[in-house]
Design a protein around this ligand. Structure first.
Ligand code: PLP
Length: 421
Protein backbone atom coordinates (compact mmCIF):
# COMPACT_ATOMS: atom_id res chain seq x y z
CA UNK A 1 0.00 0.00 0.00
CA UNK A 2 1.37 3.43 -0.88
CA UNK A 3 0.28 7.05 -0.98
CA UNK A 4 0.59 7.66 -4.72
CA UNK A 5 -3.06 7.80 -5.77
CA UNK A 6 -5.25 9.50 -8.36
CA UNK A 7 -7.39 12.31 -6.94
CA UNK A 8 -9.53 14.60 -9.14
CA UNK A 9 -8.10 12.95 -12.23
CA UNK A 10 -4.48 13.57 -11.31
CA UNK A 11 -1.86 11.40 -9.64
CA UNK A 12 -0.85 12.78 -6.24
CA UNK A 13 1.97 12.02 -3.84
CA UNK A 14 0.03 12.15 -0.56
CA UNK A 15 -1.80 15.51 -0.98
CA UNK A 16 0.51 17.01 -3.60
CA UNK A 17 -0.45 16.90 -7.30
CA UNK A 18 2.53 15.72 -9.32
CA UNK A 19 2.15 18.54 -11.85
CA UNK A 20 2.99 20.95 -9.03
CA UNK A 21 6.22 19.06 -8.35
CA UNK A 22 7.13 19.07 -12.05
CA UNK A 23 6.59 22.82 -12.20
CA UNK A 24 8.55 23.56 -9.08
CA UNK A 25 11.44 21.10 -9.41
CA UNK A 26 11.53 20.12 -13.08
CA UNK A 27 11.75 16.58 -14.44
CA UNK A 28 13.01 13.92 -14.16
CA UNK A 29 12.63 13.91 -10.39
CA UNK A 30 12.32 11.21 -7.76
CA UNK A 31 9.44 11.68 -5.33
CA UNK A 32 9.39 9.99 -1.94
CA UNK A 33 6.36 9.80 0.31
CA UNK A 34 7.15 10.16 3.99
CA UNK A 35 3.86 8.54 5.04
CA UNK A 36 4.62 5.53 2.84
CA UNK A 37 8.14 5.14 4.20
CA UNK A 38 6.81 5.31 7.74
CA UNK A 39 4.01 2.90 7.01
CA UNK A 40 6.47 0.35 5.61
CA UNK A 41 8.76 0.56 8.65
CA UNK A 42 5.76 -0.04 10.92
CA UNK A 43 4.38 -2.93 8.89
CA UNK A 44 7.81 -4.54 8.92
CA UNK A 45 8.18 -4.10 12.67
CA UNK A 46 4.66 -5.42 13.32
CA UNK A 47 5.44 -8.48 11.19
CA UNK A 48 8.17 -9.35 13.68
CA UNK A 49 6.00 -8.89 16.77
CA UNK A 50 6.00 -12.65 17.45
CA UNK A 51 9.75 -12.93 18.06
CA UNK A 52 11.04 -13.99 21.47
CA UNK A 53 13.28 -10.91 21.83
CA UNK A 54 13.01 -7.40 20.47
CA UNK A 55 14.86 -7.42 17.13
CA UNK A 56 17.38 -4.89 15.86
CA UNK A 57 16.22 -3.26 12.63
CA UNK A 58 18.81 -1.80 10.29
CA UNK A 59 17.70 -0.11 7.08
CA UNK A 60 19.87 -1.17 4.12
CA UNK A 61 21.26 2.23 3.22
CA UNK A 62 22.34 1.17 -0.25
CA UNK A 63 18.69 0.86 -1.29
CA UNK A 64 18.11 4.57 -0.68
CA UNK A 65 20.86 6.59 0.98
CA UNK A 66 19.17 9.99 0.77
CA UNK A 67 19.72 11.84 4.06
CA UNK A 68 16.05 12.73 4.47
CA UNK A 69 15.04 9.11 3.91
CA UNK A 70 17.61 8.00 6.49
CA UNK A 71 16.27 10.61 8.90
CA UNK A 72 12.79 9.10 8.55
CA UNK A 73 14.31 5.70 9.31
CA UNK A 74 16.15 7.03 12.37
CA UNK A 75 12.95 8.62 13.67
CA UNK A 76 11.22 5.25 13.31
CA UNK A 77 13.91 3.65 15.46
CA UNK A 78 15.77 1.97 12.63
CA UNK A 79 19.53 1.66 12.59
CA UNK A 80 21.50 1.22 9.39
CA UNK A 81 23.18 -1.51 7.42
CA UNK A 82 26.03 0.17 5.55
CA UNK A 83 28.43 -1.17 2.94
CA UNK A 84 30.97 1.65 2.65
CA UNK A 85 32.57 4.46 4.58
CA UNK A 86 30.42 6.87 2.62
CA UNK A 87 27.23 5.14 3.75
CA UNK A 88 28.52 5.03 7.32
CA UNK A 89 29.06 8.79 7.26
CA UNK A 90 25.56 9.33 5.85
CA UNK A 91 23.92 7.18 8.52
CA UNK A 92 25.67 9.21 11.22
CA UNK A 93 24.84 12.49 9.49
CA UNK A 94 21.17 11.45 9.40
CA UNK A 95 21.19 11.03 13.16
CA UNK A 96 21.58 7.30 13.56
CA UNK A 97 23.43 6.12 16.65
CA UNK A 98 26.80 4.45 15.97
CA UNK A 99 25.78 1.43 18.02
CA UNK A 100 22.78 0.91 15.72
CA UNK A 101 24.99 0.62 12.65
CA UNK A 102 26.06 -2.65 11.05
CA UNK A 103 28.89 -2.62 8.49
CA UNK A 104 28.57 -5.27 5.73
CA UNK A 105 30.51 -5.84 2.50
CA UNK A 106 33.29 -8.04 1.15
CA UNK A 107 35.74 -5.25 0.40
CA UNK A 108 35.93 -3.01 3.45
CA UNK A 109 39.27 -1.27 3.19
CA UNK A 110 41.68 -0.77 6.09
CA UNK A 111 40.56 2.86 6.22
CA UNK A 112 36.89 1.84 6.35
CA UNK A 113 37.51 -0.67 9.14
CA UNK A 114 39.34 2.07 11.00
CA UNK A 115 36.45 4.48 10.48
CA UNK A 116 34.03 1.92 11.89
CA UNK A 117 36.20 1.48 14.99
CA UNK A 118 36.70 5.19 15.41
CA UNK A 119 32.94 5.79 15.32
CA UNK A 120 32.23 2.83 17.59
CA UNK A 121 29.70 1.11 15.34
CA UNK A 122 27.52 -1.70 16.66
CA UNK A 123 28.70 -4.58 14.51
CA UNK A 124 31.04 -5.51 11.69
CA UNK A 125 29.71 -8.28 9.47
CA UNK A 126 32.96 -9.99 8.51
CA UNK A 127 32.96 -11.69 5.12
CA UNK A 128 36.29 -13.58 5.22
CA UNK A 129 38.89 -14.84 7.67
CA UNK A 130 41.34 -12.39 6.10
CA UNK A 131 39.07 -9.48 6.95
CA UNK A 132 38.66 -10.79 10.50
CA UNK A 133 42.42 -10.96 10.97
CA UNK A 134 42.89 -7.41 9.67
CA UNK A 135 40.14 -6.06 11.88
CA UNK A 136 41.55 -7.89 14.92
CA UNK A 137 44.97 -6.40 14.27
CA UNK A 138 43.61 -2.91 13.81
CA UNK A 139 41.34 -3.09 16.86
CA UNK A 140 44.12 -4.46 19.08
CA UNK A 141 46.43 -1.68 17.84
CA UNK A 142 43.82 0.87 18.86
CA UNK A 143 43.08 -0.85 22.17
CA UNK A 144 39.51 -1.56 21.09
CA UNK A 145 37.28 -4.58 20.71
CA UNK A 146 35.25 -4.91 17.51
CA UNK A 147 31.85 -6.56 17.85
CA UNK A 148 31.52 -8.96 14.93
CA UNK A 149 29.27 -11.38 13.15
CA UNK A 150 30.58 -13.83 10.58
CA UNK A 151 28.63 -13.73 7.33
CA UNK A 152 27.94 -17.20 6.07
CA UNK A 153 27.27 -18.20 2.49
CA UNK A 154 24.64 -20.93 2.87
CA UNK A 155 24.85 -22.08 -0.77
CA UNK A 156 21.21 -21.53 -1.52
CA UNK A 157 19.63 -20.43 -4.75
CA UNK A 158 17.36 -17.56 -3.77
CA UNK A 159 15.46 -17.88 -7.05
CA UNK A 160 15.98 -14.23 -7.94
CA UNK A 161 17.81 -12.43 -10.76
CA UNK A 162 21.37 -13.78 -10.96
CA UNK A 163 22.86 -10.31 -10.54
CA UNK A 164 21.13 -9.84 -7.17
CA UNK A 165 21.64 -13.35 -5.84
CA UNK A 166 24.26 -13.42 -3.07
CA UNK A 167 23.94 -16.75 -1.27
CA UNK A 168 25.18 -19.29 -3.81
CA UNK A 169 28.55 -20.96 -3.22
CA UNK A 170 30.10 -19.22 -6.24
CA UNK A 171 28.93 -15.73 -5.19
CA UNK A 172 31.60 -13.58 -3.57
CA UNK A 173 29.66 -13.03 -0.33
CA UNK A 174 30.18 -14.69 3.05
CA UNK A 175 32.34 -17.64 4.04
CA UNK A 176 31.61 -21.19 2.86
CA UNK A 177 29.18 -22.82 5.25
CA UNK A 178 31.35 -25.90 5.80
CA UNK A 179 34.21 -23.69 7.03
CA UNK A 180 32.10 -21.36 9.16
CA UNK A 181 32.18 -23.08 12.57
CA UNK A 182 35.95 -23.63 12.69
CA UNK A 183 36.60 -20.12 11.37
CA UNK A 184 34.24 -18.57 13.91
CA UNK A 185 35.98 -20.36 16.77
CA UNK A 186 39.42 -19.29 15.49
CA UNK A 187 38.35 -15.66 15.13
CA UNK A 188 36.73 -15.73 18.58
CA UNK A 189 40.16 -16.40 20.11
CA UNK A 190 41.68 -13.20 18.68
CA UNK A 191 42.14 -10.31 21.01
CA UNK A 192 40.49 -7.32 19.40
CA UNK A 193 37.40 -9.23 18.22
CA UNK A 194 34.23 -10.07 20.06
CA UNK A 195 32.59 -12.70 17.89
CA UNK A 196 28.96 -12.43 18.84
CA UNK A 197 27.07 -13.97 15.99
CA UNK A 198 26.35 -14.98 12.43
CA UNK A 199 24.93 -13.10 9.47
CA UNK A 200 23.26 -14.26 6.27
CA UNK A 201 21.78 -12.45 3.26
CA UNK A 202 21.01 -14.57 0.21
CA UNK A 203 19.76 -11.99 -2.28
CA UNK A 204 17.25 -9.31 -3.09
CA UNK A 205 13.72 -9.13 -4.52
CA UNK A 206 12.92 -12.60 -3.15
CA UNK A 207 9.39 -13.65 -4.09
CA UNK A 208 9.40 -16.94 -2.19
CA UNK A 209 10.08 -17.47 1.52
CA UNK A 210 11.28 -21.03 1.08
CA UNK A 211 14.94 -20.25 0.18
CA UNK A 212 15.11 -17.85 3.13
CA UNK A 213 13.69 -20.49 5.43
CA UNK A 214 16.26 -23.05 4.22
CA UNK A 215 19.06 -20.55 4.77
CA UNK A 216 17.84 -19.70 8.27
CA UNK A 217 17.56 -23.39 9.18
CA UNK A 218 21.19 -23.86 8.15
CA UNK A 219 22.20 -20.89 10.29
CA UNK A 220 20.29 -22.36 13.26
CA UNK A 221 22.31 -25.56 12.94
CA UNK A 222 25.55 -23.54 12.95
CA UNK A 223 24.48 -21.69 16.10
CA UNK A 224 24.08 -25.04 17.86
CA UNK A 225 27.42 -26.33 16.54
CA UNK A 226 29.29 -23.21 17.65
CA UNK A 227 27.75 -23.39 21.11
CA UNK A 228 28.41 -27.13 21.26
CA UNK A 229 32.10 -26.37 20.65
CA UNK A 230 32.17 -23.83 23.47
CA UNK A 231 31.62 -20.67 21.40
CA UNK A 232 29.16 -17.92 22.22
CA UNK A 233 26.40 -16.64 19.91
CA UNK A 234 24.17 -13.80 21.08
CA UNK A 235 23.17 -12.20 17.76
CA UNK A 236 22.05 -13.47 14.37
CA UNK A 237 21.61 -11.08 11.47
CA UNK A 238 19.08 -12.46 8.97
CA UNK A 239 19.76 -9.79 6.31
CA UNK A 240 17.18 -8.32 3.97
CA UNK A 241 15.85 -9.49 0.65
CA UNK A 242 12.05 -9.42 0.83
CA UNK A 243 10.61 -8.66 -2.59
CA UNK A 244 8.08 -5.98 -3.49
CA UNK A 245 5.37 -5.99 -6.17
CA UNK A 246 6.64 -4.13 -9.24
CA UNK A 247 3.48 -4.86 -11.25
CA UNK A 248 -0.01 -3.96 -10.16
CA UNK A 249 -1.64 -7.14 -8.87
CA UNK A 250 1.62 -9.00 -8.25
CA UNK A 251 1.59 -10.72 -4.86
CA UNK A 252 4.66 -10.97 -2.64
CA UNK A 253 5.14 -12.56 0.76
CA UNK A 254 4.04 -9.99 3.34
CA UNK A 255 6.17 -8.88 6.27
CA UNK A 256 3.65 -10.74 8.44
CA UNK A 257 4.22 -14.01 6.50
CA UNK A 258 7.95 -13.43 6.70
CA UNK A 259 7.77 -12.65 10.42
CA UNK A 260 5.83 -15.77 11.29
CA UNK A 261 8.25 -17.92 9.27
CA UNK A 262 11.19 -16.31 11.10
CA UNK A 263 9.52 -16.77 14.50
CA UNK A 264 8.91 -20.45 13.76
CA UNK A 265 12.42 -21.21 12.44
CA UNK A 266 14.30 -19.28 15.13
CA UNK A 267 12.29 -20.46 18.16
CA UNK A 268 14.66 -21.40 20.95
CA UNK A 269 17.76 -19.82 19.38
CA UNK A 270 18.00 -17.42 22.32
CA UNK A 271 19.64 -14.64 20.32
CA UNK A 272 18.84 -11.06 19.37
CA UNK A 273 17.78 -11.20 15.74
CA UNK A 274 18.85 -8.44 13.38
CA UNK A 275 17.25 -7.51 10.05
CA UNK A 276 18.48 -5.41 7.13
CA UNK A 277 15.45 -4.60 4.96
CA UNK A 278 15.94 -2.17 2.10
CA UNK A 279 13.67 -2.60 -0.91
CA UNK A 280 10.61 -3.63 1.10
CA UNK A 281 10.79 -0.34 3.00
CA UNK A 282 11.75 2.10 0.26
CA UNK A 283 10.67 0.50 -3.03
CA UNK A 284 7.03 1.48 -3.16
CA UNK A 285 7.65 4.73 -1.29
CA UNK A 286 9.09 6.41 -4.38
CA UNK A 287 8.24 7.16 -8.00
CA UNK A 288 10.28 8.71 -10.79
CA UNK A 289 8.35 11.55 -12.41
CA UNK A 290 9.18 12.17 -16.05
CA UNK A 291 7.89 14.20 -18.98
CA UNK A 292 7.30 12.93 -22.50
CA UNK A 293 9.78 14.62 -24.86
CA UNK A 294 8.00 13.38 -27.95
CA UNK A 295 6.22 10.39 -29.44
CA UNK A 296 8.00 8.89 -32.44
CA UNK A 297 5.46 7.06 -34.56
CA UNK A 298 7.46 5.26 -37.28
CA UNK A 299 4.54 4.48 -39.54
CA UNK A 300 2.61 1.41 -38.46
CA UNK A 301 5.21 0.20 -35.98
CA UNK A 302 4.85 0.33 -32.21
CA UNK A 303 5.53 3.98 -31.34
CA UNK A 304 8.38 5.07 -29.14
CA UNK A 305 7.36 7.23 -26.20
CA UNK A 306 10.58 9.13 -25.53
CA UNK A 307 10.69 10.44 -21.96
CA UNK A 308 13.14 12.81 -20.30
CA UNK A 309 14.23 10.18 -17.74
CA UNK A 310 16.88 7.73 -18.87
CA UNK A 311 18.95 4.75 -17.80
CA UNK A 312 21.34 7.12 -16.00
CA UNK A 313 18.46 8.15 -13.70
CA UNK A 314 16.84 4.73 -13.26
CA UNK A 315 19.23 1.92 -14.14
CA UNK A 316 17.25 -1.15 -13.11
CA UNK A 317 15.57 -1.87 -16.45
CA UNK A 318 18.88 -1.57 -18.30
CA UNK A 319 20.80 -3.55 -15.64
CA UNK A 320 18.37 -6.35 -14.85
CA UNK A 321 15.62 -6.06 -17.44
CA UNK A 322 13.37 -4.98 -14.57
CA UNK A 323 9.75 -4.02 -14.93
CA UNK A 324 8.45 -0.72 -13.54
CA UNK A 325 4.78 0.12 -13.90
CA UNK A 326 4.44 3.26 -16.01
CA UNK A 327 1.37 5.47 -15.61
CA UNK A 328 0.21 8.85 -16.85
CA UNK A 329 -0.15 11.56 -14.22
CA UNK A 330 -3.45 12.63 -15.85
CA UNK A 331 -4.82 9.48 -17.47
CA UNK A 332 -7.37 10.31 -20.17
CA UNK A 333 -8.87 6.84 -20.18
CA UNK A 334 -7.37 6.23 -23.65
CA UNK A 335 -4.71 3.52 -23.90
CA UNK A 336 -1.83 2.81 -26.27
CA UNK A 337 0.89 0.22 -26.78
CA UNK A 338 4.34 1.77 -26.84
CA UNK A 339 8.03 1.27 -26.35
CA UNK A 340 9.08 3.52 -23.47
CA UNK A 341 12.60 4.81 -23.95
CA UNK A 342 14.96 7.48 -22.69
CA UNK A 343 17.09 9.84 -24.77
CA UNK A 344 20.48 8.17 -24.10
CA UNK A 345 22.46 6.80 -27.02
CA UNK A 346 22.26 3.15 -25.97
CA UNK A 347 19.64 0.63 -27.01
CA UNK A 348 19.72 -0.46 -23.36
CA UNK A 349 18.11 2.87 -22.49
CA UNK A 350 14.73 1.18 -22.80
CA UNK A 351 12.27 1.07 -19.93
CA UNK A 352 9.68 -1.13 -21.59
CA UNK A 353 8.86 -2.71 -24.96
CA UNK A 354 5.33 -3.25 -26.28
CA UNK A 355 3.89 -1.87 -23.06
CA UNK A 356 0.15 -1.33 -22.75
CA UNK A 357 0.00 2.09 -21.14
CA UNK A 358 -2.03 5.25 -20.80
CA UNK A 359 -2.13 7.24 -24.04
CA UNK A 360 0.58 9.89 -23.91
CA UNK A 361 1.52 12.88 -25.99
CA UNK A 362 4.40 15.32 -26.07
CA UNK A 363 4.61 17.26 -22.80
CA UNK A 364 2.54 14.82 -20.74
CA UNK A 365 3.76 13.76 -17.32
CA UNK A 366 4.11 10.13 -16.31
CA UNK A 367 5.68 8.09 -13.53
CA UNK A 368 7.74 4.98 -13.16
CA UNK A 369 6.42 3.40 -9.99
CA UNK A 370 8.26 1.49 -7.29
CA UNK A 371 11.39 3.54 -7.86
CA UNK A 372 12.17 4.36 -4.22
CA UNK A 373 14.78 1.62 -3.84
CA UNK A 374 17.84 1.16 -6.06
CA UNK A 375 16.70 4.18 -8.06
CA UNK A 376 18.37 7.54 -7.52
CA UNK A 377 21.24 5.86 -5.72
CA UNK A 378 22.31 4.10 -8.93
CA UNK A 379 22.15 7.29 -10.99
CA UNK A 380 25.10 8.42 -13.07
CA UNK A 381 25.73 11.44 -15.25
CA UNK A 382 26.17 9.39 -18.44
CA UNK A 383 25.65 11.39 -21.62
CA UNK A 384 26.45 14.49 -19.49
CA UNK A 385 22.90 14.60 -18.23
CA UNK A 386 23.73 15.62 -14.67
CA UNK A 387 22.36 13.90 -11.57
CA UNK A 388 18.62 13.53 -11.06
CA UNK A 389 16.83 15.56 -8.33
CA UNK A 390 14.92 14.07 -5.40
CA UNK A 391 12.03 15.51 -3.38
CA UNK A 392 10.05 14.32 -0.37
CA UNK A 393 6.37 14.86 0.22
CA UNK A 394 4.73 15.02 3.65
CA UNK A 395 0.97 15.66 3.48
CA UNK A 396 0.64 18.83 1.40
CA UNK A 397 4.30 19.81 1.85
CA UNK A 398 7.05 19.08 -0.63
CA UNK A 399 10.76 19.80 -0.29
CA UNK A 400 13.90 19.14 -2.28
CA UNK A 401 15.93 16.43 -0.56
CA UNK A 402 18.63 16.33 -3.26
CA UNK A 403 19.09 19.20 -5.67
CA UNK A 404 19.68 18.35 -9.31
CA UNK A 405 23.42 18.40 -10.07
CA UNK A 406 23.79 20.20 -13.35
CA UNK A 407 26.22 19.12 -16.09
CA UNK A 408 28.10 22.38 -15.61
CA UNK A 409 28.69 21.54 -11.93
CA UNK A 410 30.22 18.25 -12.98
CA UNK A 411 32.50 19.79 -15.59
CA UNK A 412 33.56 22.34 -12.97
CA UNK A 413 35.37 19.48 -11.18
CA UNK A 414 37.22 18.47 -14.37
CA UNK A 415 40.64 19.84 -15.36
CA UNK A 416 42.58 20.11 -18.59
CA UNK A 417 46.30 19.85 -17.69
CA UNK A 418 48.42 22.72 -18.98
CA UNK A 419 50.62 20.28 -20.96
CA UNK A 420 47.66 19.81 -23.29
CA UNK A 421 47.88 23.48 -24.29
C1 PLP B 1 21.55 -5.21 -0.32
C2 PLP B 1 21.62 -5.78 1.05
C3 PLP B 1 20.51 -5.74 1.90
C4 PLP B 1 19.17 -5.19 1.48
O1 PLP B 1 18.54 -6.00 0.57
P1 PLP B 1 17.01 -5.70 0.14
O2 PLP B 1 16.72 -6.72 -0.86
O3 PLP B 1 16.98 -4.32 -0.39
O4 PLP B 1 16.19 -5.85 1.38
C5 PLP B 1 20.66 -6.24 3.18
N1 PLP B 1 21.84 -6.75 3.60
C6 PLP B 1 22.92 -6.80 2.82
C7 PLP B 1 24.17 -7.37 3.35
C8 PLP B 1 22.85 -6.33 1.52
O5 PLP B 1 23.93 -6.40 0.73
Amino acid sequence: MDYFQIKNGELHAEDVPLSRIAEEFGTPVYIYSRATLERHTRVFREGLAGLEKKPHLAFAVKSNPNLAVLRVMAREGFGADVVSGGELARALAAGMKPEDIVFSGVGKTWAELELGLEKGIGQFNIESEEEGLELAELAAERGQTARCALRVNPDIDAGTHEKISTGKADNKFGVPIDMAVAMYLRLAKLPGLEMRGLAVHIGSQLSDLRPLELAFEKIGALVQQIRGAGGSVTHVDLGGGLGVPYRAGEVMPSPADYGSMVARVTRGWDVTLMFEPGRVIAGNAGVLLTRVVRVKRNGNRVPFVIVDAAMNDLARPALYGSWHDFDAVRPSGQRMVANIVGPICETGDTFAMDRATDALERGDLAVFRTAGAYGATMASSYNSRGFVAEVMVDGDKVASVADRILPAEITAAERVPDWLD
